[in-house]
Each structure stands twice: as C-alpha cells, then as structure tokens.
Design a protein around this ligand. Structure first.
Ligand SMILES: *Cc1c(COP(=O)(O)O)cnc(C)c1O
Length: 384
C-alpha cells in the first residue's frame, strides 16, 4: 500500500466506534473495572487508567507505529517532552551521550541544564560526521542523538552510517525527525531505535495544539514506555484528536509545502544580497546527496542568509510583513519568518551572519514572493 493511503487508514477502526470515521474523543481519568479479578489484573483490561491510555490515544499510537514502522509509540504533551523522555529512557547516571551540534535549542538546554545535573555527560558532535562518529565513542556512551536536517542550518546527517557504527558498539540511537515527518523519512527503517516527532508541527499542522510522539523498535519500546509512565506523561484528548485529524491531510499538505518552499528557495538564490540558501533539496546544499538517497521529500522549513544589515533594517522588513507572521513553531498552514539564532559548540559558526528562517505555508506562492519582495525593499536590499 502507498504511503498516502496508509496515512488515511492508520489507526482507524470505525466499527469499534459505532461507525464513526474518526476515533471519538474519550475524556477519561477513571476507568471502571467490571470485577475484582480485573482490578487485581487477573483478567485482561484494554484500558486501566486515563493517563495510561484511552481509545483516542491508542488510535494515534497505532497510526504512528504504522507510519514509522515501529513496535511501540508513546504520546507526550509537547515535542520537548518527547525529546526528554526518549533520552531518559536510555541514558542513566554516569553515562555519556553524543548530541548533534545542530540540535533544536531546547534540546541543548535539556542536556546542559537537566542531564548534567543527573550525572549524564553530553558531548556535542559535528552533524557532518558519518561513520567517524565511532571515534567519539567511550565505554560509557549509551546514546547517539541525531536531528536531520539540523535546526536552522539544515545539515543532513548520514543516519544509516551513524546507526551502523552505534549498533556495532551496542549504543542506542535516537533522532528528532520533526522536519521530514514520518511521511518523508522513516528513521527506524534506517536503523534508528527511537524516532521523535514534535507533532505540534506538521502532524497537527494547524498551529493550534502542542504534542509529541516517540516511536520505538522492539529493543527500545519497553524502557521507553516504562520511563514515560514513571514521568506521568500524557496528552489531553482534544489535542490527540487534533493530531489524528491533522494526520489525514499530511501527505497533501506536505506536497504543497514542498513545492512552494523549493520554488521560493530557488527564487531567493537569484538575488545577489542572498548569500546562501539552506534547503536540503537544493543541489548546492550541505548533505543534498544524502537527502536524495534517504528521504522521499522535503519540508517547507528552511533558512537563507542575507548580507549583514542593522537591527533597524531587519525591523523595517519584519515588522510590516502582511502574510509572513513572526513567531516560533512552524508546520502550520500559515507562513512564518524569524531571524535564526544559532548556537554551535562543536563546530564553528560565525554569529555575525544574518540568517532568516522561513516556514512556507499554504498561501499562493505569488503572494508569498510579493510579501518577501516588499520586505526586501523595506530592508534596503532592493530598490522600490
Ligand atoms: C518545535 C520543535 C520541537 C519541540 O516541540 P514543542 O511541541 O514545541 O515542544 C522539537 N524539535 C524540533 C525539531 C522542533 O522544531
């Protein structure tokens, strides 16, 4: 079955819900047991307590497992908590973990401010390391964490090479796969143990709910579920419903995000004040070959570098955009623009470089180009 069809069917069982096409929203904390034997666990119960799952959350878990090719999935209240639970399900006090230098900034903060206090050492590594990652392995290394393409600079990692190296050293691997979503990249197929989604982005897709998922293979699923339970993580049923609803149009939305983003990326390359465009689908981009080998498509989030300008010039541009909103998060139907703020410690990055990050939404591309063009005029890059 093709991916587009799988997305429509995944996790849906209408006949279990009076024929309703979409799994209804179960609001439940207490689940009533039919007998003492069931309460004592001697008779099987599909659901035991709201925090431990309802038909609504199970529907999303099942759908994500189908799409990621996973043995199990846990749902968390945000992408950030999905990152945290994935790491904590592997790393223990005394461990050393390898974190990609281009990780989402709050992931870095979690490592630096939380893991350090738990006695887990984080070492950042160059996203362009492939099999050579093995040179950083220590006796106590327990996890290699990837994010590909990387935050803000969109380097594509050689995930299969990293996973092969880690596997031969009995080290687990995790990836933040939010950019590609399971529709464009299947981490578990490439050897990753734990695949994270900030479902807030493309899966919810409408900028109105926060949610995370972690999908695991057989070897990693039970530890993941155990730590997820110990941390008391669960998501509100209405948000889970929004993710299930968003999922059904994922492939159609992504097709348009991809088409518009690549067209705008190429258009930006035609301006002489644009120094570099960071989008893996461009042949000049870092890791383009790997992207072509491993991914089936490209998302609508990318960055571009312009000639340095003053804060005032930047404000002249960004304060008066008519379509591109200025705000964090991405993956919704509406276009966004923010100046990229970049932290790198394992690799060099010149922070005087001016990068802007775009989330290309579903507006008509001519209108988006016009909005950017007017902004470039206000910033003084183009003459009126
Ligand atoms: C947004 C994002 C997250 C965090 O998701 P939240 O739902 O905002 O907590 C994690 N990773 C990546 C790559 C993201 O873009």
């Amino acid at each position: 079955m093709k991916e587009e069809t799988k997305i429509i069917l995944a996790g849906r069982h209408p006949q279990d819900h009076e024929g309703a096409v979409n799994t209804p929203v179960y609001h439940a904390s207490t689940i009533l047991y039919p007998s003492l034997a069931a309460l004592r666990g001697r008779e099987p119960m599909r659901y035991t307590y709201g925090r431990r799952g309802t038909p609504t959350s199970k529907a999303l878990e099942e759908a994500m497992c189908d799409l990621e090719g996973a043995d199990g999935c846990v749902i968390t209240p945000s992408g950030a908590s999905a990152v945290a639970v994935a790491i904590l399900s592997v790393a223990k006090a005394g461990d050393h973990i390898l974190m990609v230098d281009s990780a989402y900034y709050p992931t870095r903060s979690f490592c630096d401010k939380m893991l350090a206090g738990l006695g887990i050492e984080t070492e950042y590594y160059d996203p362009l390391l492939g099999a050579d990652i093995a040179s950083l392995f220590r006796d106590n290394t327990s996890l290699v964490f990837m994010e590909s393409p990387g935050s803000q600079t969109f380097e594509v990692q050689d995930v299969p090479a990293i996973c092969a190296a880690a596997k031969s050293a009995k080290i687990k691997t995790a990836i933040d796969n939010t950019w590609a979503s399971p529709h464009f990249f299947k981490p578990l197929v490439h050897g990753v143990d734990l695949s994270i989604q900030a479902a807030t982005k493309y899966i919810v897709g409408h900028a109105d709910a926060l949610l995370g998922t972690v999908c695991a293979n057989k070897a990693s699923h039970s530890d993941l579920r155990h730590i997820h339970g110990l941390l008391g993580l669960c998501a509100g049923p209405d948000d889970v419903f929004l993710a299930l609803r968003g999922l059904r149009t994922l492939s159609t939305r992504l097709r348009q995000h991809q088409e518009s983003a690549i067209a705008i990326a190429k258009w930006l390359q035609t301006f002489d004040f644009v120094r570099q465009v960071f989008h893996p689908a461009l042949p000049e981009a870092q890791g383009h070959d790997i992207w072509q080998r491993d991914f089936t498509g490209a998302a609508g989030l990318f960055a571009f570098e312009v000639n340095p300008c003053s804060e005032q010039q930047l404000a002249n541009m960004l304060d008066h955009m008519s379509l591109f909103g200025m705000g964090y998060s991405w993956g919704g139907f509406e276009s966004l623009i923010v100046p990229a703020e970049i932290t790198r410690t394992a690799t060099a990055f010149d922070n005087s470089r001016q990068l802007l990050r775009l989330n290309i939404g579903l507006e008509h591309i001519d209108d988006l180009k016009n909005d950017l063009y007017q902004g470039f005029i206000r910033a003084g890059y183009l003459k009126a």
